[in-house]
Design a protein around this ligand. Structure first.
Ligand SMILES: C[S@@+](CC[C@H](N)C(=O)[O-])C[C@H]1O[C@@H](n2cnc3c(N)ncnc32)[C@H](O)[C@@H]1O
Length: 232
């Protein structure tokens, strides 16, 4: 551990720092990026979770909430926004993240949401179980009894056109986690494990991750492609 952050200048690009009771990822050159942390207590996630009619959102419809899909593995958890939304919809969520830095940030955000969240936030965070692992191995190791109703995938999106805006958090996540080139393999494994469906989040204009999804549900910016399980 570095006691003097200035000692990091020139040696590292990024620092994982514990400040003001929270874990943050910061750029050593602070002009490049403001610190990133996972905070379910503030901002848009908690507000969106508080809204009515969540069951009609494309994510809820795609995951099959009204068709009884309530146990979900989010196999690409990242910073946990989608896992939190799924938990806010009432799902019990196993969130799997293989990048240890991102998993540490999410773990910290969930711990604070459980410790300091009110009646709205705490029960949602308590429905999320974080696993630091590669989801391909995690899913392949599940027994039939532990198989989830649905598996949710949001692999890294690589825009083909430079003009597509990618926010700074996404840029940093990609820098840490890479491009998820193995996403088609993860989808294949997920389809062999999920009891009812696999949902893949894509940019609205991106091609499907695999041919012929059984259904699609479009939001303003994103699309959720639904795949049925492969048996045998
Ligand atoms: C686009 S981000 C997901 C963002 C997330 N849905 C959210 O709401 O914050 C993709 C994440 O999936 C993770 N990932 C990709 N393939 C994975 C795998 N096989 N196992 C575990 N994590 C994986 C990457 O490390 C990256 O953090």
């Amino acid at each position: 551990m570095l006691r003097d952050p200035d000692a990091a200048q020139g040696r590292f690009d990024l620092l994982l720092a514990f400040r003001q009771n929270r874990l943050e990822l910061r750029s050593v050159d602070s002009s490049v990026l403001s610190p990133i942390c996972v905070d379910f207590l503030l901002g848009s996630t908690a507000q969106r979770a508080a809204r009515q009619h969540m069951g009609k959102q494309p994510l809820a419809v795609a995951i099959g909430l009204r068709k009884g899909c309530t146990s979900v593995v989010d196999a690409t958890a990242g910073l946990g926004n989608d896992a939190f939304m799924l938990a806010a919809l009432g799902c019990s969520v196993t969130a799997v993240e293989r990048c240890s830095v991102l998993a540490a940030l999410l773990d910290d955000g969930l711990s604070r949401a459980i410790a300091d969240g009110g009646l709205q936030t705490r029960p949602v965070a308590e429905r999320i179980n974080l696993v630091g692992a590669d989801a391909r191995a995690f899913l392949a190791g599940l027994s039939t009894a532990d198989a989830p109703d649905a598996i949710y995938l949001d692999p890294m999106f690589t825009p083909r056109r430079k003009k597509v805006a990618v926010n700074k958090v996404m840029q940093l996540t990609r820098k840490l986690a890479g491009d998820d080139a193995d996403a088609p393999e993860l989808l294949e494994i997920a389809r062999r494990i999920a009891k009812k469906r696999v949902v893949v989040k894509r940019h609205r204009l991106a091609p499907p991750l695999a041919p012929d999804p059984a259904g699609e549900h479009a939001g303003k910016m994103v699309r959720y492609d639904v795949y049925l399980p492969i048996n045998g």
